[in-house]
Design a protein around this ligand. Structure first.
Ligand code: C2O
Ligand code: CU
Length: 697
């Protein structure tokens, strides 16, 4: 519904632009029509197109009002604020001034052969409002769809206001200005000339000027969008940080003397680890189950990387060795709240580990027992895409689960033969698993893809027992519901194996071909695909006491509004997903003090899902679309915010450092959908940018 309204709004904007350009040209051409018959039909066309255009304005405002009514003011706000001055007011002035002018003209020659009303055709009351509306709609379209940073909205609005005044001046006193035709109040270049070739020549000149302007704008935009060669990770390049208490942008003091460096925020450097792993990043040609080949980047030659199983409270040591031929690597423990220096983000908490180098991570596992994953956070769009990731399972100190425990990593692989292939692990077809009836089964659903995956379990009731590594309270049986897991997110589900087959599918479409089929023997046929509604964690399970809630006093409150635009990013034209109107590195750093209780509101005004992932912390979901969460406490590290949705979440700032907070659709992150959570008094010696070896996304 939201996406439909949103796209409708875009489409109407285009139609508006078109119809107002037609109105504008019809009105401008009126004075050229010398015979009364042609003028009469010109006026009629003006009326028709004016009617259509004004109607479109009404429809456009209608879609915005519906957005407002059904989704809330914040979802309509940005476009309302553009449409009001640039569209609604100008269109109203056309109704008030131009329309009466036209009617007067129409009435002034009721009979065939009456003299043309050239005088009215050049009246400023007709021309000025119409032209203002045409320019207003064009500007509205540009500002709605294009990312204009570093030029700000007020700049354009003031420019527009000046243009309106100038136009009025020009058309009122234009007769004295030689640029204008004396007789018809038209720009001279459109005047009929004695020499026939003057008009085409002038039009050609106009075309050249317009082309020059556009290419000038293009190359200026490309240049202006180039990212700085070095972006220090303490504060932002712009030095902009947001202090939510005052709402002011303040200068974050960079790298002060008594600052703690992220390199000091590490796990225990001594002590015999309980678990020791070595992960070697290396290139390998791998085969999916269907036989399709992937030019993969692997850990230890495995795809996905090896399963790391650790226990709560363990001291874990992981040695990363990079044997790739050209790319840097890091290890990020997605969902684990490790000390900042172990977080593995290139350019923020360490330098990317170069080919031939190694790096050792040491941390104590403080999180709940549950499902996590690890992946490289250097150029993660490419690295995760190619396979530098794996499951990370935290078990309780004494694990007593005596059933089947199966991590399932949903991923899209780029294959040589078939392009992008969806798969569970490397199962891009169907895979059978033998499970005896009565066996407890725990499936750990991990979405390592960039889009939400809708897992479908058919053939048995099941419980969702954990989300993002945290157990849910009193989960109940679900039957046909689909599980929409955020990119980067995890759901753990559990059931007791029935006597018949159970299937897990990537989608609920009949064409589903990515499937795990669990059955007693190899002949059982698949159950009918479940096709119920999407599971909603906000109302699932039962309430339990939480350390804070909606009525708590928050030390910091931030609102992050997610939008869609087209724009230039680092010299390329791309889809951009600004956060509060900005893309990295212009996004603000959210500054907190250690111990702060922080509330964050996510509002997705765009047409795509944004799985928002905060490093180093778990966020308690407080409310969904303004309604409080009524089910089990729902803790997340990756929250899918769908179009038209809003969430309030809260977390305790108890893990000092500089933490990424970004969209886990890695395409979006690579186009700047990133910001950082910074603790006062923490600085980082690392930098990202072209002149460094670090590029986290
Ligand atoms: Cu799994 Cu910053 O990411
Ligand atoms: Cu996104």
């Amino acid at each position: 519904m939201y996406i439909a309204l949103h796209l409708l709004d875009d489409i109407i904007l285009f139609l508006l632009l078109l119809s107002w350009i037609i109105v504008g040209s019809q009105v401008l051409l009126l004075p050229r029509k010398v015979s009364s018959r042609r003028q009469r039909s010109g006026i009629r066309r003006c009326f028709v197109w004016l009617g259509v255009s004004e109607l479109l304005v009404l429809i456009k405002l209608g879609t915005l009002v519906s957005k407002w009514v059904f989704f809330g003011w914040i979802f309509a706000q940005n476009r309302m604020l553009l449409d009001f001055p640039l569209l609604a007011l100008p269109a109203l002035s056309v109704l008030l001034f131009s329309f009466p002018c036209l009617s007067r003209m129409a009435q002034s020659f009721p009979r065939e052969g009456a003299s043309p009303a050239t005088q009215d055709a050049t009246a400023p009351a007709l021309l000025v409002p119409t032209l203002i509306t045409v320019v207003g709609v064009a500007l509205d379209t540009y500002l709605t769809l294009f990312y204009t940073e570093p030029m700000s909205l007020p700049f354009f609005l003031i420019a527009f206001a000046l243009f309106c005044v100038a136009l009025w001046f020009w058309s009122t006193f234009g007769r004295k200005i030689p640029l204008f035709s004396e007789r018809r109040n038209m720009p001279l270049f459109l005047e009929k000339q004695a020499r026939w070739w003057l008009l085409p020549v002038r039009l050609l000149l106009c075309l050249i000027v317009v082309t020059l302007c556009i290419s000038g704008w293009y190359s200026w935009s490309v240049q202006a969008s180039r990212l700085p060669d070095r972006i220090p990770m303490t504060g932002n390049t712009t030095g902009n940080t947001v202090d939510s208490m005052t709402g002011h942008t303040m200068q974050h003091q960079q790298g002060q003397q008594n600052d703690v460096s992220v390199t000091d925020l590490v796990g225990p450097q001594s002590g015999e680890p309980n678990e020791r792993f070595t992960l070697v990043a290396q290139e390998a040609q791998m085969r999916l189950r269907s036989g399709a080949t992937v030019n993969a980047w692997t850990f230890n030659g495995q795809l996905p990387g090896p399963e790391l199983r650790v226990h709560q409270g363990d001291l874990v040591e992981v040695k990363l060795i990079n044997r790739l031929s050209r790319a840097g690597v890091t290890l990020h423990w997605h969902g684990l709240d490790v000390p900042n220096g172990e977080d593995g983000v290139a350019g923020v908490t360490q330098n990317a580990v170069q080919p031939g180098e190694s790096f050792t991570y040491r941390f104590v596992v403080k999180n709940h027992a549950g499902t996590y994953w690890y992946h490289s956070h250097q150029d993660s769009l490419e690295a995760v895409g190619k396979g530098l990731f794996g499951p990370l399972i935290v078990l309780p100190p004494r694990d007593s689960f005596a059933g089947k425990d199966i991590p399932i990593l949903a991923h899209s692989w780029l294959t040589k033969e078939r392009g992008s292939q969806e798969a569970f692990g490397i199962t891009d077809t169907m895979q059978r698993l033998t499970v005896q009836p009565g066996t407890p089964v725990r499936l750990r659903l991990i979405n390592t893809d960039s889009l939400p995956v809708s897992f479908v379990l058919s053939g048995t009731p099941f419980k969702v027992i954990a989300i993002d590594g945290t157990d849910l309270n009193a989960p109940t049986d679900l039957t046909r519901q689909r599980l929409l897991v955020a990119a980067g997110g995890r759901y753990d589900i559990q059931f007791t194996m029935p006597g018949t087959a159970v299937s897990l599918d990537w989608t609920n479409k009949k064409s589903s071909k990515v499937r795990f089929l669990l059955s007693q023997d190899a002949t059982a046929s698949a159950p009918a695909l479940a096709d119920g509604p999407v599971f909603n964690p906000a109302t699932y399970g039962s309430r339990q006491k939480t350390p804070f809630g909606l009525s708590s006093h928050f030390d910091k409150e931030f609102t992050l509004i997610l939008d869609d635009m087209i724009g230039f990013y680092d010299g390329k034209m791309e889809s951009l997903w600004p956060i509060n109107g900005k893309v990295f590195p212009n996004t603000p750093m959210l500054m907190v003090h250690e111990g702060d209780l922080v509330k964050v509101s996510f509002v997705n005004r765009s047409w795509m899902d944004h799985p928002m992932h905060l490093h180093g912390h778990h966020m308690l979901v407080l409310s969904y679309n303004g309604r409080p969460v009524t089910g089990s406490p729902w803790w997340v590290d990756t929250l899918n915010v769908a179009p038209g949705e809003s969430y309030d979440v809260a977390f305790r700032a108890d893990n000092p450092g500089i933490w990424m907070d970004h969209c886990h659709n890695l395409d979006h992150a690579a186009a700047g959908m990133i910001l950082h959570l910074g603790y006062e008094g923490v600085s980082s010696p690392f930098e990202v940018g072209h002149d460094t070896i670090n590029q986290p996304e």
